[in-house]
Each structure stands twice: as structure tokens, then as C-alpha cells.
Design a protein around this ligand. Structure first.
Ligand SMILES: Nc1ncnc2c1ncn2[C@@H]1O[C@H](COP(=O)(O)OP(=O)(O)OP(=O)(O)O)[C@@H](O)[C@H]1O
Length: 492
């Protein structure tokens, strides 16, 4: 008997049928991957399984028994656990406190810290999930925090864990450790539902795969018997074109468009977050920035885009200092899209024109016409130009931001994590757009935690570690081993 079975799930939002009669069964102790393009209905299905949404039709069985869920509390009581992409932990509390919160062991009415710590250690031992119970969560790297979320679910006796894009925020090393943990928990009979856009991890780690498209199941596979190609076809209805690799030998030459000179950013009292960094980017090249999270990339890019003033050094664009605030010569696609790149409550049309000051004098009709053209050209899928951008799926919101930023002729393009949370079809399109920006003679600075993305797109890769550039590798030199070593501070 499956651990969980979803039967004929249909869920509508207004006119949108997000899930259309979906059947999904999760066996005991398996890792079941759920994949599909942006907007395919994955998150909606997970929300139905976890009691967040009530389906319009269909039902959920747990060990063969029909559940009536009014909220996630009912799902938790039935042995389901969810690990969200944006972790929901209390940074000021310890690991043990975060694990037990809401279901604390008490002694005479107060939190029994010793018992909580013992529980964390016991669970850690059982499932191979180590975390120091006394550590403050706010001080821990994101990979460890995620382990705390998993521990919290297991502490509430979850036997089915739902993970929504768990590796989007992890470094390659952390992702590898997560999959070790998942093997540990499935070995103990826990089932894992893994929503992801990364087919590499699907093929490496899952037992079975269900593919969704347009709210329906378009494929069910035993992982050992399928290929990336077959999954892609089920996901997007066609194969992917070859990656837009730079033809070797066509190196950009000429002066630097962007010049970063000895930039230093101090972080409070501690050591400099960026300690004297210098480099340049020419027109017609993509320069990649690699590094484990927190190596100073964020601060460096804030300085390059003019959002932050460096404590020392300077940034020149075509020989003139980059303007403070937001330099109109810089196209910028930040990582934290909902917060920094979009006005979530404004319409898609208005978001597509944000910052396009010169267009402002156009009539409403002209604005719409331009928005329509961008949506068409960049393949943004949305029900209407008037809906708030926040209802777009992650990949479509990302394409909308890229459409806005790349549509002008700004000579410098700065992008952070361009394909995070984006499906394979959209990844391909985004990569092609960035390669096109380079081929048009723009200078592209690309920060990514996906080494494969950097290797596919960048002409040169700068590796940051502890606020410094510790290696510069050409596309040919940048094997995963060499990049990985440089990222952890080993000689590059
Ligand atoms: N709360 C909501 N209100 C209106 N429409 C919604 C809502 N949630 C999802 N949708 C729509 O339902 C469809 C399915 O979205 P869903 O988020 O489930 O897709 P997804 O496969 O998880 O996408 P992604 O990979 O981008 O996260 C999309 O068309 C989306 O715009």
C-alpha cells in the first residue's frame, strides 16, 4: 500500500486549472521526484497534499485511509512534513528550540531544554542528520538550517517529507550532503517527495519520477529506466537545443567596459566583506562569479550596480564612475526577485516597464503594446498583462524581469542566479538570452551557484573566497574539481 496516494486531484484558481485530475502515489521509503515546467502545478499539488489548499475534486489517502484536511495541522497529524524553500526557522533560537517549537517537551510547565537536546541528538543519530542542539540557528549555514527543518518534521513524527526545491539555495557540497541525509531517512522507511528543476539530481537520487505539464500528469517513470532526454520531452513537449556555448577562439578583446578597482566593503566590525577586489569585463564577454554563499559576491555586485558605495576603491563604466542608486547603463537581475526586482502587487505590464523612464510619456495603449511585445519575444507565460506579477510562476516572473532588463540597450548586464527555480525549458531560453546579450557586444557579469551554468556560459570565471578573488579560470580550465577546490579556499 502506498504511504500517500493522491487520487483525481483537481484544483482551480479562478479560471486557471492548476491541477487537473492528478493521480500520484508515493511508496514507503522511496524518493519520488515531481518535475515539470514553471506553472505545471507542482507547488499546488504539494499544497493540496499538505492541507494548505483544499482540492475542488479528488482526495488524499494516507496508508489507505482518506484524510480530511482543513489545514497543515491535519497533515502533520497524519504524518506529513513539509520543508519549504524559504526556511521557516527562528534565527535567535537554538537548534533544539527550533526543532521542538510548538510541541515542546516540558517539565513542570517549562521547556525541558535537556530533553529537547536529547531528542535532537537521538533523531540525528537515527537518521544521520547531525546538528549541534545548542547552536543558534541564525549563525548556521543554510545547509545546516535546512537539516534543522527536516529534524523538526521528523520530531513531529513525519513519515512523508515534502521538499520543495530543496537544493535551490544550497552549494554543491551542501546538496550532496542533503542527498546523503535523504538516503538516511528513506532507509528508515520515511518517504520523500522531491520537487525540483534539476534533472541531474532527479536521475542521481530518486527512485521514481512523475512529470506534470499544464496541471496533468504527462509521464511516470522508474528513474533507473529513464533518461534526462525522456524527462525533458515529457516536461516541455520537445527536446532541448544544444547549449549556447561560446565558440572557442572568439575571445573578446579590447578595453574593459566595466572596471572594478581595488574595491573594499567592510562589514561592521569584522573583517572586510570584500577585501580589495579588482577585475574588468569587456564588451562581448560573459564573466562568471563563483563562490560559496557569503564569500562577498552579494556585496561586490551591490557595488558594481551602484546600490552600495564601497568603503574604498571605485567602479568605472566606460571610463565614468558608476552612478549611485541605480545606474541607467546597468541592466540588473537580482537574486531576490520578489523583493528587489518586481513590485509584486503591480501588474505584469507595469512591472515590465519599471525603470523604463523614457517610455513613460507613452500612452497607456502604447505601454500595453510594448508589454505585449516583450511577453511575446521573451516567452513569458501569463494569463493576462493585468494580473499582479506575484501570481506568475517563478520561471515566468524571472523571464519577465530579464525581458525588462535586456530589452533596452544598456551596455552592462549584471545577473544573479538567473535560473534559480526556473524549469529546463526556461533555463535554455534564459541562457540563450544571456549569450545573445554578449553577442550583441554587451558586457555580462554572471553570478551563479550552478557550476554547470557558469561553465556553459562564462568566458572566464572569477572565484571568490572570503571576500577576495582567489582564482581566475578560463572556460576550458574551469573543471568542477578545480572550481570546487578554489571555492573552498584551496589554491586555485
Ligand atoms: N494562489 C493562486 N492564485 C491564482 N493562481 C495560482 C495560485 N497558485 C498557483 N496559481 C496558478 O496555478 C498554476 C500552477 O502553479 P504552481 O505554482 O502550482 O506551478 P509550479 O509547477 O509549482 O511552478 P514553479 O515551477 O514555477 O514553482 C499557475 O498557472 C499559477 O499561476
Amino acid at each position: 500500500m502506498p504511504a500517500v496516494e493522491l487520487v483525481g486531484i483537481t484544483k482551480r484558481f479562478g479560471d486557471v486549472v492548476a491541477n487537473d485530475g492528478i493521480d500520484l502515489s508515493i511508496e514507503t521509503g522511496e524518493i519520488h521526484a515531481v518535475v515539470g515546467e514553471n506553472g505545471a502545478g507542482k507547488s499546488t499539488l504539494m499544497s493540496v497534499m499538505y492541507g494548505v489548499h483544499q482540492p475542488d475534486a479528488g482526495h488524499v489517502l494516507r496508508d489507505g485511509v482518506r484524510l480530511r484536511m482543513r489545514s497543515p495541522a491535519d497533515a502533520i497529524a497524519a504524518g506529513l512534513g513539509m520543508v519549504h524553500q524559504r526556511l521557516r526557522l527562528f534565527p535567535g533560537l537554538t537548534v533544539a528550540e527550533n526543532v521542538v517549537i510548538g510541541a515542546e517537551p516540558t517539565r513542570r510547565g517549562v521547556l525541558d531544554t535537556a530533553a529537547a537536546s536529547r531528542e535532537v541528538e537521538r533523531l540525528g543519530e537515527l537518521y544521520g542528520l547531525r546538528a549541534d542542539p545548542a547552536a543558534r540557528v541564525g549563525t548556521l549555514p543554510v545547509g545546516v538550517r535546512q537539516r534543522v527543518e527536516i529534524l523538526r518534521a521528523l520530531y513531529r513524527r513525519a513519515r512523508v517529507l515534502i521538499l520543495d526545491e530543496p537544493t535551490a539555495v544550497l552549494t554543491p557540497g551542501e546538496a550532496a550532503r542533503l542527498f546523503e541525509v535523504l538516503r538516511g531517512v528513506t532507509g528508515e522507511g520515511v518517504s520523500v517527495v522531491l520537487v525540483t528543476h534539476k534533472l541531474g539530481e532527479v536521475l542521481a537520487a530518486s527512485n521514481r519520477v512523475t512529470v506534470l505539464r499544464g496541471g496533468r500528469v504527462t509521464g511516470r517513470f522508474a528513474t533507473a529506466e529513464t533518461t534526462a532526454q525522456e524527462l525533458v520531452v515529457a516536461m516541455i513537449g520537445r527536446s532541448l537545443a544544444p547549449r549556447p556555448l561560446a565558440p572557442p577562439g572568439e575571445r573578446a578583446a579590447g578595453p574593459y567596459l566595466l572596471e572594478v578597482e581595488n574595491v573594499r566593503v567592510r562589514g561592521g566590525e569584522g573583517p572586510a566583506r570584500v577585501g580589495g577586489v579588482s577585475f574588468g569585463v569587456r564588451r562581448g564577454e560573459i564573466v562568471g562569479i563563483a563562490g560559496v554563499a557569503g564569500s562577498g559576491q552579494r556585496e561586490l555586485l551591490d557595488v558594481v550596480t551602484g546600490l552600495r558605495t564601497p568603503d574604498e576603491g571605485r567602479v568605472l563604466l566606460a571610463g565614468a564612475p558608476v552612478r549611485r542608486g541605480r545606474d541607467p547603463r546597468v541592466a540588473y537581475v537580482p537574486e531576490d526577485r520578489p523583493g528587489r526586482a518586481t513590485a509584486p502587487t503591480m501588474s505584469l505590464a507595469d512591472n515590465l516597464l519599471m525603470g523604463g523612464q523614457r517610455e513613460r510619456r507613452f500612452s497607456r495603449a502604447a505601454v500595453r503594446e510594448r508589454a505585449r511585445a516583450l511577453v511575446e519575444r521573451f516567452g513569458v507565460r501569463a494569463a493576462s498583462l493585468d494580473e499582479p506579477i506575484s501570481v506568475l510562476s517563478g520561471g515566468n516572473a524571472q523571464k519577465a524581469v530579464l525581458a525588462r532588463e535586456l530589452s533596452g540597450d544598456r551596455p552592462l548586464v549584471v545577473v544573479e542566479e538567473p535560473t534559480q527555480g526556473v524549469d529546463v525549458g526556461a533555463q535554455e531560453q534564459i541562457h540563450a538570452l544571456l549569450a545573445q546579450a554578449r553577442d550583441e557586444g554587451r558586457a555580462v557579469l554572471l553570478q551563479s551557484s550552478e557550476l554547470s551554468e557558469l561553465r556553459a556560459l562564462a568566458d572566464r570565471i572569477l572565484v571568490m573566497f572570503e571576500g577576495a578573488i582567489v582564482a581566475e579560470l578560463s572556460a576550458e580550465e574551469a573543471g568542477e574539481d578545480r572550481l570546487g577546490a578554489a571555492m573552498t579556499g584551496a589554491a586555485g
